[in-house]
Design a protein around this ligand. Structure first.
Ligand code: 8IG
Length: 273
């Protein structure tokens, strides 16, 4: 079965609207307020932020597919927060490196916007360049460097990206944990990790975090008029900064270890938004 987002004649916004209608039907929730994409190390947050109203297999919603990475959960959940707001939790990120095209990568964000969400929280696991960060450190994203040479915008769609990662939301996060540091996130295509030389390139460009997601999604979220909170879990020092080779197993282990703490932190922050 082909994904309708890979047929260029379909409008990705129309498919996002259809997906939002299906989510409305499956969850019985008319309008969502906040959406979250949970990356590696963040999945437990869904259990802590509120009461799950409905959980839908992502593959049942148009345009979505099952995840390819171990540790990623393939469900779309509707959660009622203690504040009474409704959160849509996307556990099924499509990565750019899967090579299904950028429309598929940002479909979750566009669907979230079509359900009514005004705030998009993008989380990820990534490598860190600052040696003072220990694996397991959560870092607020202050800006990004998009190294994919791609964009979710099509045609002459000129979108301002100043304050892409909302200063207001970073301040809200710091009311929960004043010690939260922030950094500039560089999105590579992946799925290979960077060479040490590429990590040094990012360092000289002013970047602090290296990963394989988030930047393209943030651009689509801004296009949709959403306010964005970007949150990275630094699971490893980037290649060459850490002297030993990177291993996916170690990355997962660092994520698992930090998960309860950062999930509780995220839950506390969401309830202040
Ligand atoms: I977790 O060091 C995780 N994801 N590009 N580099 C890139 N992606 C990552 C890394 C990393 N760690």
């Amino acid at each position: 079965m082909t994904n309708p987002l890979e047929t260029m004649t379909n409008s990705p916004f129309e498919i996002a609207k259809q997906a939002a209608d299906q989510i409305r039907q499956a969850t019985g929730v008319e309008k969502h307020d906040i959406a979250l994409t949970l990356g590696s190390g963040w999945a437990k947050a869904a259990d802590l932020i509120g009461e799950t109203v409905a959980s839908v297999p992502a593959k049942d919603i148009v345009g979505f597919s099952a995840p390819v990475v171990e540790g990623h959960v393939a469900t779309i959940r509707s959660i009622k927060l203690p504040s009474g707001k409704h959160a849509l939790v996307l556990g099924a990120r499509t990565h750019y490196y899967e090579a299904h095209g950028v429309r598929r990568v940002v479909h979750g964000v566009r669907t979230a916007a079509a359900t009514g969400a005004k705030v998009m929280i993008l989380t990820n696991g990534c490598g860190g360049i600052k040696e003072t960060w220990k694996p397991g450190t959560p870092v607020l994203i202050s800006d990004h460097i998009n190294l994919t040479a791609d964009s979710p915008l099509e045609g002459a769609t000129f979108i301002d990206l100043t304050d892409l990662y909302s200063k207001r939301l970073r301040e809200v996060a710091r009311t929960v944990d004043a010690s939260l540091d922030e950094g500039i996130y560089a999105q590579f295509r992946g799925p290979h990790y960077e060479t040490p030389a590429e990590v040094q390139m990012v360092k000289h460009m002013g970047g602090h975090l290296v990963g394989m997601s988030t930047a393209l999604e943030a651009i689509a979220a801004r296009e949709a008029g959403m306010e964005i909170l970007g949150f990275s879990l630094m699971t490893n020092l980037a290649a060459g900064v850490q002297k030993t080779p990177l291993s996916h197993a170690e990355v997962l282990e660092a994520g698992r270890e930090a998960e309860p703490r950062i999930s509780a932190l995220l839950a506390a922050i969401i309830n202040k938004i």
